[in-house]
Write a protein of this length. Structure first.
Length: 195
């Protein structure tokens, strides 16, 4: 490849770059937004895909790509946009915040309160043994309910933002192309000498 590094980054450097970009976070946001805006699909499909990815980011790691794919299939979303939305919104820096928010929101909806001394007894042991029946009421049920509610809210928000962005981006692009075609037609197809 033309611009490939002579010595590829090691695993530690790739993880560091994923968690903390080399340039800046704003440049990463611009990169992801350009990747999404330039997808060749309908604005609804791309926006629905991003919304599915954002919705799925609130679910625990390992199932959010499956949730995003199924949701994309149901709402006719773009799978690439869903993957980009899930990676951008549900990255290792934000996942603990999203899961914590899901759990707290689910507890509020279910009106569950933790005892004053902290989480349920033996939570670490239950997690280690993966005792599903013991984990369901104190952890999984509130997290699932909160994930669905927060995922719907943020998914709809990102659907609107992405759909609006796609419409504006494509309209500006259409105008630029029309101006270029008009300029070329006025010149009669002749090459303009460089100054």
């Amino acid at each position: 490849m033309l611009f490939r590094r002579r010595e590829p980054d090691g695993l530690l450097e790739r993880v560091r770059t994923y968690l903390w970009p080399r340039r800046s976070f704003s440049r990463s946001v611009q990169y992801f937004s350009k990747r999404i805006l330039r997808l060749k699909s309908t604005p609804h499909s791309v926006a629905a895909g991003v919304a599915a990815g954002v919705f799925a980011s609130f679910f625990p790691l390992g199932v959010h790509f499956v949730v995003a794919a199924v949701l994309c299939w149901v709402i006719a979303g773009n799978l690439v946009a869903a993957a980009l939305g899930a990676v951008f919104f549900g990255n290792p820096l934000t996942s603990p915040l999203l899961w914590g928010a899901s759990w707290e929101t689910g507890k509020l909806i279910l009106r569950q309160h933790l005892p004053r001394h902290g989480p349920p007894e033996h939570l670490g042991e239950m997690m280690h043994k993966l005792s599903f029946d013991k984990l369901w009421a104190p952890v999984l049920e509130p997290m699932l309910i909160g994930a669905v509610l927060l995922g719907l809210v943020f998914g709809l928000l990102f659907y609107g933002i992405t759909r609006w962005g796609m419409t504006v981006f494509r309209e500006k692009r259409r105008k630029r192309m029309a101006e270029r075609a008009e300029k070329k037609a006025r010149q009669g197809g002749r090459e303009v000498p460089a100054e």
